[in-house]
Design a protein around this ligand. Structure first.
Ligand SMILES: [Zn+2]
Length: 273
């Protein structure tokens, strides 16, 4: 066991086969810093639960447990269920990812027990995500004494921000955001160093590859000749696009939802994240 991570949990239904009919996936951690549960403890008020992480995703994890129990109680045609709970989803699932991918490959259906959208929409597609860390290396100089000898890393960064944001195409489902920037050491110094972090969301891998090419070209041909740019990062999550099979499955869920009086949620759900 890795001392840095709590263990992940895997439950299998009795008499389990090598392949899973259903994979139920969830996570046990929450996004809140240590101490939040003491400051804002769990409580139930008027039949509603309150506290850090009750939505994302203790409610989903509980739902999975109840669902597995229900399947067991109904007895006949008991499906083979694998219920897997990740211990560090909010940290990026670094250790859990190969395990989850292995389980998914052996499963016919995978359901993620995260909360639905605020309006109850079922999530059946999701954008891919990509992160870049950019480091700009310029040349320090004093802005009063020898500014012509410097090369501003901040100036190069500024060009990058504008160029990267220009690549956003909301209609095509592609957006870039330079969300964090830092640089410079004092107001009267030409900045030797600047850094930026970029988040990109996309619906087709080709979009990400095209942006990646553009970024590499910008590294090769900087806006300021004497500034060097280093990049790290890349695609961390490919897009989840709806397949014929997943849409057919969603339609079945929809039909059941309508029978039980829950509104049709399928049509409105396009690239919400
Ligand atoms: Zn979650």
């Amino acid at each position: 066991m890795d001392p840095d991570f709590a263990p992940c949990l895997e439950f299998l239904s009795p008499g389990h086969a090598a392949e899973h009919d259903i994979l139920l996936l969830g996570h046990m951690d929450t996004v809140f810093p240590k101490g939040t549960a003491q400051a804002r403890p769990f409580h139930i008020d008027n039949n509603r639960a309150y506290g850090p992480g009750v939505m994302d995703m203790k409610s989903g994890a509980l739902f999975g447990l109840y669902l597995a129990h229900l399947f067991k109680e109904t007895g006949e045609a008991f499906p083979s269920i694998c219920f897997a709970l990740n211990s560090h989803e909010e940290l990026g699932s670094a250790r859990a990812r190969p395990w989850i991918e292995g389980l998914a490959r052996r499963s016919h259906i995978a359901l993620i027990l995260e909360p639905a959208r605020a309006n109850g929409d079922l999530v059946f597609e999701r954008k891919g995500s990509c992160r870049y860390n950019l480091t700009f290396h310029g040349k320090a100089a004093h802005s009063g004494v020898n500014p012509q000898d410097g090369a501003s890393a901040i100036n190069e960064l500024a060009h990058w921000i504008i160029e990267l944001h220009k690549l956003t195409d909301f209609d095509a489902g592609l957006n870039l955001n330079v969300g964090l920037v830092s640089g410079g050491t004092s107001v009267n110094a030409i900045a030797e160093l600047a850094e930026a972090k970029v988040d990109m969301r996309f619906v087709e891998n080709d979009q990400a590859l095209r942006v990646d090419e553009r970024i590499k070209a910008m590294v090769e041909h900087p806006f300021t000749d004497t500034v060097r740019t280093e990049i790290s990062g890349g695609i961390s999550r490919p897009p989840m696009n709806a397949s014929e099979e997943s849409l057919a499955f969603c339609r079945r869920i929809d039909a059941i939802a309508q029978k039980t009086g829950i509104a049709n949620r399928l049509a409105k759900n396009r690239w919400r994240i």
